[in-house]
Design a protein around this ligand. Sequence first.
Ligand SMILES: [Zn+2]
Length: 118
Amino acid sequence: MYPCPSCQQHTLGFSAKIWTTVALPVKCRGCGALCFVPGSPGGVLAVFNVVLLTASGFAASAWHTPWPLAAAAVVAVALWLLRLHAQPFLALTPAQAAAALKHEGFWLFVFIVLSLFQ
Ligand SMILES: [Zn+2]
């Protein structure tokens, strides 16, 4: 369990870290605060995972075996989970969550409309 940024009680689970976004925050069972883990800004881990998966893909192709790519995929997922484990929750106000949901809902609507014309 992870501490809520508002009340510091350990009420938030790891699955909440995986599934929450700024538009769909989790509610603290202790104080009711809305919490989320910000998405990855990219950075060193994303670049490392891209290089690792690309290099292992070339190795898998050269050696005619899927094992290098499978091992690299396991490492990439493990590193992503470790980053998620280390990243703390942030608190949101209900107005911030509503604004984020409205914003993401608008872009989801745009993507659906655009996908109809392809
Ligand atoms: Zn709380």
